[in-house]
Design a binder for this molecule. Structure first.
Ligand code: UGA
Length: 445
């Protein structure tokens, strides 16, 4: 099949590469000339395991092409994917200007009937706006061409995006048009072999499914963080409680890990946008408000613990902290809404220095913060410890899991760890004379 994808960001590029990998012919369109040129050379703008080789191979085989020419893109695919960004507005609602612009472009250039598939995360009702934009352009051109607008939200996780696309839990397709459904079934047939994972529903339900999934996951995390804060005060260990409740299959073990808050480009933005959408239709989504508030507070949890340990914010001036993990989660270099940023910025505000290490996000940190006297970016995990007062862990990268504690004790001034992801065993560390602070581990406080 011939597919056009507007937007070579995270979702667009993974979608394009994976569709080409199974044999479709894909043309990706982006307005960023530099990015398109780099993609043609196989240089991809994000760190995502497994993505680069499939971009390179499929580009070399001719099944995956890149262009800045929207007209060429519209002419190419029977299916036109919209996979452009929907950044939050100042008021938290999703900014749809890029989605709209692509819809207008499709309407302005199409000469045969098309199926327009929206993959960007968009508020419920956007499908209708896309339809109106395309139709508006056709009307201006005096053309009466048939087209359908389908919602096909994406559920991939950063760091596991290729695998998630290749082996989806479900493929949500929002359309009531039999022709569009047939095309979408054909498109996804290679990913839908052993049992039918395609769930076809009306457009608005498909749009809401995306937000519902992310909001539910964010709710699970905030709920656990709330309980962790309670456990701490009650002298209980949230990690034991987590295992205790996760064993109930109705609750399950996924996404109940407490920590220093959720980050990334999706949960914070989508929870806010859904809250905003609810308001627009006259409903106050109290729970969503609380999910966000708990998360914002949780991002300062490590700072609270640090201040408590040293006896107030003023005592942090002149101290140096080793910080492991800058990305919002492991296996990505993405620092959007990363808890590490809240921690670093609070430490700097208090006059402390940071010696940081992350396996992938060093360049991104440099890009965001530039050169500053109170930030030293270290080449290795161990180098970040040298001469620091204590260690803070913000992201649970695998390479942080089993460090040599004896060696660490020699590098740090104090045997103190603030563990924002509950990576270490408090008991074991206490036996070795460490002062250990985790999240919700009342036994150690
Ligand atoms: C999330 C969803 O998991 C994907 O299904 C969805 O497609 C994607 O958003 C999106 O809308 O594009 P992602 O943001 O890549 O994916 O990352 P997650 O693995 O979901 O983690 C999000 C945050 O939650 C991270 O900061 C992570 O550390 C935190 N988290 C996760 C916890 O604090 N506890 C947990 O138990 C799980």
């Amino acid at each position: 099949m011939k597919i056009t994808i507007f937007g070579t960001g995270y979702v667009g590029l993974v979608t394009g590469a994976c569709l080409a990998e199974v044999g479709h012919n894909v043309l990706c369109v982006d307005v960023d000339q530099g990015k398109v040129e780099r993609l043609k050379q196989g240089i991809i703008p994000i760190y995502e395991p497994g993505l680069e080789p499939i971009v390179r191979e499929n580009h070399a085989s001719g099944r995956l092409a890149f262009t800045t020419d929207a007209a060429e893109g519209v002419a190419f695919g029977d299916i036109q994917f919209i996979a452009v960004g929907t950044p939050p507005d100042e008021d938290g609602s999703a900014d749809l200007q890029y989605v709209r612009a692509v819809a207008r472009s499709i309407g302005a250039h199409m000469t045969t009937s098309k199926v327009v598939v929206n993959k960007s995360t968009v508020p419920v009702g956007t499908g209708d706006q896309v339809r109106a934009e395309v139709q508006g352009q056709l009307d201006q051109r005096g053309l009466s061409l048939t087209f359908d607008v389908v919602s096909n939200p994406e559920f991939l996780k950063e760091g596991a995006a290729v695998n998630d696309f290749m082996k989806p839990d479900r493929i949500i397709v929002g359309t009531t048009d039999p022709h569009s459904e047939r095309l979408m079934r054909e498109l996804y047939a290679p990913f839908n072999r052993n049992h039918d994972r395609m769930l076809v529903m009306d457009l608005r339900s498909a749009e809401l499914t995306k937000y519902a999934a992310n909001a539910m996951l964010a709710t699970k995390i905030s709920f656990m963080n709330e309980l962790a804060n309670l456990a701490e005060r009650l002298g209980a260990d949230i990690e034991q409680v987590r295992i205790g409740i996760g064993s109930d299959p109705r609750i399950g073990y996924h996404f109940i890990y407490p920590g220093c808050g959720y980050g990334g480009s999706c949960f914070p933005k989508d929870v806010q946008a859904l809250h905003r959408t609810a308001r627009e239709v006259g409903y106050e989504a109290t729970l969503l408000d609380a999910v966000e508030a708990v998360n914002n507070r949780q991002k300062s949890r490590l700072i609270d613990l640090i201040q408590r340990h040293y006896g107030g914010a003023a005592a942090l001036a002149g101290k140096t902290f080793a910080l492991w993990g800058l990305a919002f989660k492991p296996n990505t270099d993405d620092m959007r809404a990363a808890p590490s940023r809240v921690v670093m910025e609070a430490l700097w505000a208090a006059g402390a220095r940071v010696q940081a290490f992350d396996p992938e996000a060093m360049e991104e940190t440099q890009r965001i913060y530039g050169q500053r006297d109170d930030l030293m970016l270290c080449g290795t995990r161990d180098a970040a410890l040298k001469g620091a007062d204590a260690l803070i862990v913000c992201t649970e990268w695998k390479s942080f899991r089993a460090p040599d504690f004896a060696l660490m004790a020699e590098s740090l001034r104090e045997k103190t760890i603030f563990d924002g992801r509950n990576v270490y065993d408090p008991q074991r560390l206490a036996e070795q004379g460490w002062r250990y602070y985790g999240i919700g581990r009342g036994l150690s406080v």
